[in-house]
Design a protein around this ligand. Structure first.
Ligand SMILES: NC(=O)c1ccc[n+]([C@@H]2O[C@H](COP(=O)([O-])OP(=O)(O)OC[C@H]3O[C@@H](n4cnc5c(N)ncnc54)[C@H](OP(=O)(O)O)[C@@H]3O)[C@@H](O)[C@H]2O)c1
Length: 333
């Protein structure tokens, strides 16, 4: 099959570091897929909090990363580079990227692509790779969350939060989630959480201890940090694990490290974007083997809150920064 590939593509570029108005439409050549890459006609591109930081000039790009924002997309493969065996022209995939997702066409490493499950709309699939890879790598690879354990996720209605609730439940954990309003708490319960905590009116340590009869929780996925850290060490059970994927309230704090020693705690964290291809490819393989069958079994659902035309990327960022959204925001070229 020979696809009709134009020479140029519409992209959203960052004119200068600043507010959402700095996201403007531009034109670039359609990239030629390098060895090991595929060229994708993009159907949907997920918006992530890191894109907002990049726009503000507060996210140093890993070496070699494209300047066009966008860490994930879904779409149809139009061309394959040399050495690509696993995909063919016409395949529907979603892809993890180091940038370039805010675009009509983009090249992505073949090993960072996953087939779009039959149960998932092609556009919504553009919001899956970043959160699923992050949650798998931190909650299951690093913290080894097991069936029957109790898990707390901060920011339960973020893209990361909703994915963490769904996957932790699917793998048999009991799940608590925090959110900043009663409406968001209801959404956490709807996505499967056993208990939702409105962090503006309730103390997550108190609720977590009450929920576990004083024992504490086994694992916490945190994106808040700052003043939460000492409280999280307090809430963890013996052999508990605490993992950071962001530190929105700050990374320098005073905390009682004696708790780590006395309770045998593990404190960890990671970033996804700068990781080498081989590590990302391993995460994608785990998702394919362990998580993707859950779509076919009907045990997962997508969580797109709103779609915006690609040209309205600035509006999409305004929505994300308002934190009114529940789940994912997707750009549609
Ligand atoms: N390390 C990695 O590899 C990696 C990868 C992807 C994402 N991330 C990070 O993960 C975070 C979520 O990403 P996203 O794209 O899913 O963003 P998002 O949807 O904008 O999520 C941010 C969330 O933080 C919540 N929040 C803010 N203050 C809070 C508090 N004090 N307590 C509990 N929740 C609070 C907000 O909800 P409320 O309205 O309820 O406050 C919102 O749901 C971001 O910080 C992002 O940078 C890290």
């Amino acid at each position: 099959m020979i696809a009709n590939i134009p020479e140029t593509r519409k992209v959203i570029e960052i004119k200068a570091p600043g507010g959402p108005e700095m996201l403007v439409a531009g034109t670039r050549p359609v990239p030629e897929p390098k060895s090991g890459e595929v060229l994708i006609r993009i159907a949907g591109a997920g918006v992530n909090r890191a894109d907002c930081l990049q726009r503000m000039g507060r996210y140093p790009l890993p070496p070699g990363a494209p300047e066009i924002p966008g860490l994930e997309c879904s779409g149809t493969i139009l061309k394959i580079g040399e050495r690509v065996r696993e995909w063919k022209v016409g395949d529907k995939v979603c892809a993890l990227m180091t940038g370039d997702g805010y675009s009509e066409y983009a090249a992505a490493p073949a090993e960072q692509c996953l087939r779009v499950p039959a149960a998932v709309d092609l556009v919504d699939a553009g919001g899956l790779p970043e959160t699923f890879a992050t949650v798998w790598s931190n909650v299951f690879d690093r913290m080894r969350l097991g069936a029957g354990e109790t898990f707390l996720v901060q920011g339960g209605t973020s893209g990361i939060g909703v994915t963490a609730i769904e996957l932790a439940k699917a793998f048999g954990a009991r799940v608590l989630a925090t959110a900043g309003s009663d409406e968001k708490c209801r959404a956490c319960l709807d996505f499967g959480a056993d208990r939702a905590i409105n962090y503006k009116t309730q103390d997550f340590v108190e609720v977590g201890k009450e929920f576990t009869n004083g024992r504490g929780v086994d694992a916490i996925l945190d994106m808040v940090g700052g003043d939460y850290i000492a409280r999280e060490l307090d809430l963890l059970a013996r052999e508990g694990r605490l993992c950071f994927v962001a530190l929105m309230h700050g990374s320098r704090v005073e905390a009682d490290f004696g708790l780590i020693e006395r309770k045998h705690l593990t404190v960890t964290g990671s970033t996804l974007r700068p990781r080498p291809l081989a590590e990302k490819a391993a995460i994608m393989r785990s998702l394919l083997e362990r998580v993707w069958p859950l779509w076919e079994e009907g045990r997962l659902r997508t969580f797109t809150y709103r779609r915006f035309p690609l040209e309205e990327a600035a509006e999409a960022h305004r929505l994300m920064e308002s934190s009114r959204h529940i789940g994912k925001i997707i750009l549609v070229p």
